[in-house]
Design a protein around this ligand. Structure first.
Ligand SMILES: Cc1cc2nc3c(=O)[nH]c(=O)nc-3n(C[C@H](O)[C@H](O)[C@H](O)COP(=O)(O)OP(=O)(O)OC[C@H]3O[C@@H](n4cnc5c(N)ncnc54)[C@H](O)[C@@H]3O)c2cc1C
Length: 450
């Protein structure tokens, strides 16, 4: 429901004193040119953050982006007149979070993600009381505090959870909580690590949700940069003194290359490296998990649902359209709901027709609000698992992932080849701020080499 909320709870209020990197760089000025060139592969927030910082330091920077626009997993579809964020929507904890400052600079508006304002329904449209909902939520937090003590390197979260709490195996409400609080944040329960599901750090402060589109941030970062769109990188040769990057059949050389292609793209071997990447990095690419979350926006002429921020439903099928954001709360003139599919069910939706998706979502809404509710006017949807620019949504600790694997993903090779992206950030992986921090980190490494 609130991504990574349980991690925040398990930190028990521990405050993390981190100076926002955007503040750290606030005094930076464009300096005299440095006779060194950098190619950044990928114009997501990680690549753009790195490129901007290096350009400000005087490097010659070229960003090669496979798609026809910048932003990567920060992408907003406005074709229905409402900003539908297909990737990130939330700023997870506004205190000290570099996205908070960036959003302000970029003109991204965001509103409080009002988690206490929900309406929850079980099958048959039966309301779930606040007491039952809150008690279950609190029990889940307590369980998450201790479950790892029963964890095992070879066992999944699902196995260990149901070994400890077999009584919840057939509970729809528990299925909802595990789905929206664990699977949404991490991945398929039968693949999430029972040891390391709580790894990672979290900013304090409230959660906010973007209202005019998260893509305002990459657009802001990209201003003034040399970003070459529709340039798909297929090979990186770092055997010589310069790194040679093949894109759309052409070769461009640079002193340094930063690879920010998503973990899913690295898993697919879409980019050939010569020499082959070090064994530790190849192992990490295999071991770190890449999950799938898909998002669905439906619009209507009039709203028929509760005047609540979130609508909750507890179907039999796990990870299936069980959580709705009332987009009217973000944009009052819009009659729209945004819903989600996670993990294996999310992957299944990618081969379903629009009509099938609408029918399945409407079955849930009819159960909640009655059979006379109108059909939606439009549907927008994502297919992150088969998207060749991502092959998934974000990284997580799978069975077999160890903390050092995130360091291995971040490790530079021969002081020529650098790696950024959300999957390279050991503390803040899977988030927009983690991706941003990783870009700054790799830019700093190159600056420090001068
Ligand atoms: C559904 C979903 C919901 C999310 N929700 C949140 C949220 O609410 N809050 C939050 O903080 N985070 C959220 N995230 C995570 C966040 O969006 C990502 O962590 C972040 O945007 C990743 O940025 P990045 O720069 O690492 O990668 P990307 O944004 O994926 O950038 C990589 C770029 O590389 C390009 N590329 C790929 N292959 C090649 C190639 N061969 N040649 C050239 N270019 C290539 C891609 O097109 C892309 O532009 C969500 C993500 C998804 C998918």
């Amino acid at each position: 429901m609130k991504r990574r909320i349980f991690i925040k709870k398990t930190l028990k209020g521990a405050s993390i004193a981190i100076l926002s990197p955007s503040l750290l760089t606030a005094c930076d000025k464009e300096t005299a040119p440095i006779d060194k060139s950098v190619i950044v592969i990928g114009a997501g927030i990680a690549g753009l953050a790195a490129a901007k910082k290096l350009k400000e330091k005087g490097f010659t920077v070229t960003v090669l982006e496979a798609q026809d626009k910048v932003g990567g997993r920060l992408r907003t579809n406005r074709s229905l007149g409402v900003a539908f964020d297909e990737g990130a929507s939330w700023i997870h904890g506004i205190s000290g979070n570099p996205i908070t400052d960036l959003a302000q600079q970029a003109g991204m508006t965001a509103t409080l993600s009002d988690d206490a304002n929900y309406a929850a329904y079980d099958l048959g449209g039966i309301e779930i009381s606040d007491t039952v909902f809150t008690n279950t939520e609190n029990e889940l937090y307590d369980i998450l505090d201790t479950l790892a003590t029963h964890g095992n390197a070879n066992k999944s979260f699902e196995t260990v959870f149901f070994e400890q709490y077999p009584q919840y195996a057939n509970s729809r409400l528990w299925r909802f909580f595990l789905s929206t609080y664990v699977t949404f944040d991490l991945g398929d329960l039968d693949q999430v690590s029972s040891l390391y599901y709580g790894e990672g750090e979290e900013y304090g402060g409230v959660e906010k949700i973007a209202t005019n589109g998260y893509d305002t941030i990459p657009q802001y970062l990209a201003a003034g940069l040399d970003v070459q769109l529709n340039q798909r990188v297929s090979a990186v040769d770092y055997s010589g003194s310069k790194v040679r990057v093949t894109h759309n059949g052409a070769v461009t050389e640079a002193d340094y290359v930063i690879v920010t292609a998503p973990l899913g793209v690295l898993k697919h071997n879409s980019i050939q490296f010569a020499p082959a990447l070090p064994a530790a990095k190849q192992t990490a690419i295999q071991k770190v998990g890449m999950n799938c979350v898909n998002k669905f926006l439906l619009t209507w002429d009039t709203a028929f649902w509760d005047d609540a921020f979130f609508l909750i439903y507890t179907p039999e099928t796990k990870d299936k359209f069980n959580y709705f954001v009332n987009v009217k709360k973000l944009n009052p003139s819009t009659n729209a709901l945004m819903t989600f599919a996670y993990a294996d069910y999310a992957r299944q939706t990618e081969s379903m027709s629009d009509a099938q998706v609408i029918s399945d979502i409407m079955a849930h809404l009819r159960d909640m609000y009655g059979s006379s509710i109108p059909e939606p006017t439009h549907l927008q949807r994502t297919k992150w698992n088969t998207n060749e620019n991502a092959y998934g949504a974000y990284s997580y600790f799978a069975v077999g992932t160890e903390p050092r694997h995130f360091d291995d993903l971040a490790a530079e090779v021969d002081n020529k080849l650098f790696f950024a992206g959300e999957h390279t950030e050991p503390d803040y992986f899977s988030t927009a701020h983690g991706a941003y921090l990783s870009g700054i980190r790799e830019a700093d490494k190159i600056i420090d080499l001068q």
